[in-house]
Write a protein that binds this ligand. Structure first.
Ligand code: HAM
Length: 426
């Protein structure tokens, strides 16, 4: 039997109802914070990611699904959404329009990672980006949206970690001291970190290896080397969070796994998720648009894995409870009098025409089996059109929720059902 590739999964009902529910919640919140949707291609030129996410990052070195198409172009299934949004912003001239531009996306991303709970090779991200605002208010705006998502899902006890990694100017000042310090402990470093020491030393802070973590324990931190502009941004950000009463923890080792970040980086963690507890990650990327060949244009945003949100919601205090019911199931005998079956089928169609979700049994099973099927489909009402009803021009309506049963003249069934479904008598 052929199976789905490792790290991917099929989303079947009833789980798909939860996905739809969560996606509509994310769309509602996007509207509330005035983010508009952008959809970018699933694959991009590989260079887009190597130049922005960074050659020395795990994503680019180990995790990208890269291939050549028949024309010999180097393409990559997008591992994240920020670089594609920045590319589209630039290519499509959005920088010339009203700024800031606030965009959101919701779609699949691909990373060749070791699959485990909350970590997949194909996963869905919801992300937001504010392009064209250097203001710390924008950093806080996206942080507030991130926190709001967790709140709406009833996740209590989330922890907001923030840090500043400065700009290239601050990092240059910091780099020499940092490298000097780490070089004195080079023996402790893993193979990857030895390479990082040459290419992108700050990335060593991101290594999970216990010996490497020990090597960076008392390393000089960028936050002590900030230029005036980055210092002011960092101070404003913290003052704003405090003015809102939003609790946060400064984690000076938080650098995140992507190279485009400048100034603010943040993560929202929910500890009950265990190893993959970082549900939301984001930060500022003031050099990204320039890196792609545009005029300098600041940006800030975050992304969240929808699978991780669903896992968290299931473990949280407010498990997702989407409505999986249908309004009406029409029971009628499939065999025998063809006029009766046709009348039953017409009733299904008329109910649907009136805006009531409805279904029927196309397999001609017994009335009892059909009732059972109606129950399985979570029908709120069943309309029974048996031979006796048909002859008398009636339809029997049964409320599955309240257990009552009424006979209604066939000509009045639609109005009766519309009234019932919107009001719901007992
Ligand atoms: P990221 O931290 O790489 O950031 O990913 C953001 C979120 O995507 C993670 O917190 C996690 O919920 C989810 N995620 C990442 N990898 C996987 C995976 N293999 N399986 C399941 N979920 C995963 C970014 O992608 C940045 N583009 C975020 C950003 C937007 N920064 C600024 N704007």
């Amino acid at each position: 039997m052929l199976r789905a590739p490792r790290g991917t999964k099929d989303i079947l009902p009833p789980e798909s109802h939860k996905w739809a529910y969560l996606e509509s919640l994310l769309r509602r919140l996007s509207k509330l914070y005035n983010f508009e949707e952008i959809r970018t291609p699933i694959f991009e030129y590989t260079e887009l990611f190597s130049r922005t996410v960074g050659e020395s990052t795990d994503i680019v070195r180990k995790e990208m699904y890269t291939f050549q198409d028949k024309g010999g172009r180097d393409l990559t299934l997008r591992p994240e959404g920020t670089a594609p949004v920045a590319r589209a912003f630039l290519e499509r001239g959005l920088a010339q329009g009203a700024l800031p531009k606030k965009l959101f996306y919701l779609g699949p991303m691909f990373r060749y990672e070791k699959p485990q709970a909350g970590r997949y090779r194909e996963f869905v991200q919801y992300g937001v980006e504010i392009l064209g605002s250097p203001s710390a208010y924008s950093d806080v705006e996206v942080i507030l949206l991130a926190v709001r998502i967790a709140e709406e899902l009833g996740l209590t006890g989330t922890v907001l970690y923030i840090n500043t990694i400065g700009c290239p100017k601050c990092r240059q000042a910091h780099r020499e001291d940092f490298v000097k310090h780490i070089s004195s402990r080079a023996k402790q470093l893993c193979k990857d970190c030895l390479e990082r020491l040459e290419t992108n030393p700050m990335r060593i802070l991101d290594c999970k290896n216990p010996a490497c973590r020990e090597a960076v324990a008392d390393v000089p931190l960028v936050k002590d080397y900030l230029c005036d502009d980055c210092q002011e941004h960092w101070d404003t950000l913290q003052q704003l969070l405090e003015s809102l009463g939003l609790e946060y923890t400064v984690d000076p080792t938080l650098v995140r796994g992507l190279d485009y970040y400048t100034k603010t980086v943040f993560e929202l963690k929910w500890p009950p998720l265990g190893a993959q507890d970082a549900i939301i990650g984001g930060g500022r990327y003031d050099g990204l648009i320039e890196e792609l060949g545009g005029k300098p244009c600041p940006g800030v945003g975050f992304a969240v894995g929808v699978e991780r949100l669903l896992l968290a919601a299931e473990k949280g205090q407010k498990p997702l409870n989407p409505d999986v019911s249908i309004d009406c199931f029409v029971v009628f005998p499939g065999g025998g009098d063809r006029r009766l079956a046709q009348a039953g089928f017409k009733l299904v169609n008329d109910l649907r025409g009136s805006g009531l979700s409805s279904d029927f049994d196309p397999l001609g099973r017994s009335m009892k089996a059909q009732m059972k099927h109606a129950d399985r489909l979570n029908a709120r009402y069943v309309a029974i059109l048996g031979e006796a009803e048909f002859e008398q021009g009636l339809v029997t309506i049964r409320s599955m929720e309240h257990g009552w049963q009424k006979q209604v003249p066939a000509g009045q069934v639609l109005d009766f059902m519309k009234e019932e479904v919107s009001g719901g008598s007992k």
